[in-house]
Design a protein around this ligand. Structure first.
Ligand SMILES: [Zn+2]
Length: 240
């Protein structure tokens, strides 16, 4: 891809799958190129927008080349930068219908923690620091439901993968890799189970869906890429 210098590539899978990663606080946001246009996966936290725009400038990417912003879900660490990035880029925001009202309100509840430390975070978030989860409300442009959505002309398929939240979704890119938001966590070597979930049975089905996509590599919002092997072994550990 001509606009990206080799040394500035943040992650490269192989030439036909290449994309850019920007780290917004604890959240990775992904910029997927097609021709001269881009699709952004998630919008990161607030107060990192300026850093994101200077990242675009360094890559010679004009913000209005971003055609879509796909939200894997609407937690504040995925939507904090959304309002400003949308305003500057005029990109159209894609969100699952089960997250659309949260986005309009600018508040998405924190799910339950799945381990001792995140149970505490979740409890504090729900009862004491409610404002922590707030973000600037945004009116979504494209609200989809359970039928896979294709953001034409991008070689992408968006599928519903609930569990972390009930509107959580993943984007399959070129039938080869997937961007999964918080449906998988990449923070541990041996386990990709999310640190927060809303519904375990839904998560199990979503993992089965991901295992059947044919993708070999999954890119979570937090941590390192998850291989199909790690997803399979984590599935065995938690659901068998
Ligand atoms: Zn989340």
């Amino acid at each position: 891809m001509r606009i990206i210098a080799e040394k500035e590539r943040k992650i490269m899978v192989e030439p036909r799958h290449e994309f850019l990663t920007f780290r917004s606080g604890m959240t990775h946001i992904y910029l997927l190129p097609y021709d001269d246009n881009f699709l952004l996966v998630d919008a990161g936290v607030r107060k990192k927008e300026a850093a994101f725009f200077s990242f675009l400038t360094k890559q010679n990417i004009v913000p209005d080349r971003i055609r879509f912003i796909f939200l894997t879900h609407t937690h504040y660490d995925h939507t904090g930068g959304l309002s400003l990035i949308k305003e500057v880029s005029h990109a159209r925001v894609i969100v699952h219908e089960k997250e659309a009202d949260y986005l309009r309100k600018g508040m998405t509840p924190v799910p339950k923690g799945t381990r001792a430390s995140t149970k505490v975070v979740s409890f504090l978030g729900r009862y004491f620091f409610k404002k922590m989860g707030n973000y600037t409300p945004v009116e979504p442009d494209i609200i989809w439901n359970d039928e896979p959505y294709h953001p034409d002309p991008f070689p992408a398929t968006i599928i519903h993968t609930p569990g972390h939240t009930m509107g959580s979704s993943s984007l399959i890119w070129k039938d080869a890799v997937a961007f999964v938001g918080d449906t998988l966590f990449g923070l541990e070597k041996e386990d990709c189970y999310p640190w927060f979930i809303t519904d375990e049975e839904s998560l199990k089905k979503s993992w089965e869906k991901l295992l059947n996509t044919g993708c070999e590599q999954f890119y979570p919002a937090h941590g390192r890429p998850v291989s199909i092997k790690l997803l399979e072994s984590s599935y065995q550990k938690h659901f068998k």
